[in-house]
Design a protein around this ligand. Sequence first.
Ligand code: SF4
Ligand code: SF4
Length: 234
Amino acid sequence: MNYSIKTLGTEEELKSVDVIGKNVISLNDDFSSLRKIIKKIKNDVKKKRKISHDYIIISNNSKYLNDFVASIKAAYILDNSKRIDFIYDTICDFLDNDFKKNNYCDFQKDKCIACRLGVTEHERNGCCYSFEVAGFFSMSMIKNEGPCRYLTDQGCSTRNISCKLVTCRYLQENGVMYSPYKFLLIRCFLSIKQIDVITYNFFTTKEEILNKLKKKSYSPYVFWLMLRLFKVKR
Ligand code: SF4
Ligand code: SF4
């Protein structure tokens, strides 16, 4: 289905644009109202309602601009597998760009800012150390800790969305943290179970997470949680 999206900065700019027959959407920072708009677009597209598929988005400096535009694009991807691929890559791109632009981890050779300040357990390689949750009767919380198998000299060799969504305590104390629940793209298109999958599968590959995301689960949510069915099985 064909659609178009044009973005403008402010309503002032509407004066020089042809708006006849187009959906003009003025953004704000109210997550739940934007979510409702995206859900409506998603339903309209799914039910093939005879609506205009041309959008003019007025950003008003909304922090959700990119997320909102990406969500409209996702609504027009009717193939479930392709839509999940798109959501996964778009969220990873967003997080990568945010880290790069702000240089949060500030790596110098193989030492990030937290390593250099001595506020992590490790002297190098940031937080790329994998571990497993220890058994119920174990004295410690984790076991088998060691450098992640996907870490290379060029950095992470896979695109693990769970790792990208989490930040260490040092960054969190400096206000850098993400929640999957704060992305329109995630909240409007993924189920709660799928959100668990992208949240808790550290130290696995992108392909493993995507496979898990695309697989249907019929277990009741309580079993999903208790039996840790959200985890990629290896
Ligand atoms: S999240 Fe923290 S520990 Fe991990 S690389 Fe960045 S600064 Fe270092
Ligand atoms: S999978 Fe996670 S822990 Fe492993 S190298 Fe990549 S980002 Fe680091």
